[in-house]
Ligand binder design. Structure first.
Ligand code: GSH
Length: 327
């Protein structure tokens, strides 16, 4: 069983925020959240998780959701950066990334970037010359394990399958549009302040720029490069290392802080308390089962109990997820 008690960790925890980020350095979606934490100048507890399955210290928390990153606050677990970003914003509204009057344009650009643009970036990042320059693929066995894991991740899904030759031109078309949009001297995509659209765009650009064999695609686009460096300057916040086991101890010593909520609009027509499963609509289609706890236009949460860590609330964004009744 778990070795630490919450009291042993209390003194140390008092110094950092309650946010625990489960992530790994190479993950673009994690970079999106690290940069938001940097922009908000937040401290957080940082758990490095495996790049491929199995993820034995993460599964007890999520109940099967396997994508990266995941955010934990006590016994509340937040899946998918669409929701993670909104929760951080809700906790720190002074510097909101969701500008009033731009809800649809910021939200749509962010969501399109997190899905379509990311999918194009994946095709570019795994073209032969990019893989030859990537340290992770120098070890044959590791490369084969990674390929098998990602084949499993996308099985039955609807994204991340475009050949490089097709994706390259589409990626280029979008980065040229971005460069043109920034040409009027604005600092960020929607104006003088960064919005969620900047962070969702940034992690896709970061992914490609990280690989020196392919980063010359950005050479013609000076406005975009200046913006990328402006974004990079937000930094990564203040991470404090935590082990996966310690994160489980924190979850098992906490109770979820989420109350039952049925939003005014009820798109699923499923009553709170019913047994449901929640899963993404694009890839990584591992269902998470539990009792419906929150059903609102922006969020779905379920209550579940894990034998190692006890009661948990697992939260998902509405966008990109489906919920269905089960036994
Ligand atoms: N829609 C998800 C996408 C997350 C995603 O695809 N993350 C990648 C890493 S950047 C992933 O999960 N890869 C497989 C893994 O880490 O196991 C989000 O916004 O969080």
């Amino acid at each position: 069983m778990l070795r630490y008690t919450i009291h042993e960790k209390q003194q140390w925890r008092d110094k950092v925020s309650d946010i625990i980020l489960h992530h790994y350095p190479e993950s673009p979606f994690s970079e999106k959240i690290r940069l938001i934490l940097g922009y908000q100048d937040l401290s957080y507890q940082s758990v490095t998780i495996p790049v491929i399955m199995p993820k034995p210290d993460l599964m007890p928390l999520t109940g099967g959701y396997r994508k990266t990153p995941v955010m934990q606050i006590g016994a509340d677990i937040y899946c998918d950066t669409e929701l993670i970003a909104r929760v951080i914003d809700h906790l720190h509204p002074e510097n909101s990334l969701y500008p009033k009057g731009e809800e649809a344009s910021a939200g749509t650009l962010a969501q399109w970037s997190d899905t379509v643009l990311f999918s194009l970036a994946v095709s570019l990042a795994f073209q032969p010359k990019a893989m030859a320059a990537n340290a992770m693929f120098q070890d044959q066995q590791r490369a084969a394990e990674f390929a098998a894991d990602r084949a499993e991740l996308v099985k039955g899904g609807t994204q991340l399958a475009m050949p490089f030759e097709v994706a390259n031109g589409q990626f280029l078309a979008h980065i040229r549009r971005l460069d043109n949009q920034l040409a009027d001297g604005r600092d960020f995509l929607l104006g003088d302040k960064p919005s969620i659209a900047d962070f969702s765009t940034y992690h896709c650009i970061w992914f490609i720029h990280n690989n020196e064999a392919i980063r010359d695609i950005f050479s013609p686009f000076g406005n975009l490069s200046a913006w990328r460096m402006r974004m990079e300057d937000f930094g990564q916040g203040k991470p404090v290392e935590l082990s996966g086991e310690e994160a489980l101890v924190i979850a098992s010593s906490s109770e979820p802080l989420t109350a039952e909520k049925q939003g005014g609009l009820n798109p699923d027509e499923i009553a709170i308390g019913e047994q449901v499963e929640v899963l993404p609509t694009d890839y990584g289609l591992n269902p998470v089962k539990g009792a419906l706890l929150v059903s609102s236009v922006e969020e779905i949460a379920i209550a579940r109990t894990d034998e190692r860590v006890g009661n948990l609330a697992v939260h998902f964004p509405r966008m990109g997820f489906q919920v269905r009744q089960c036994d």
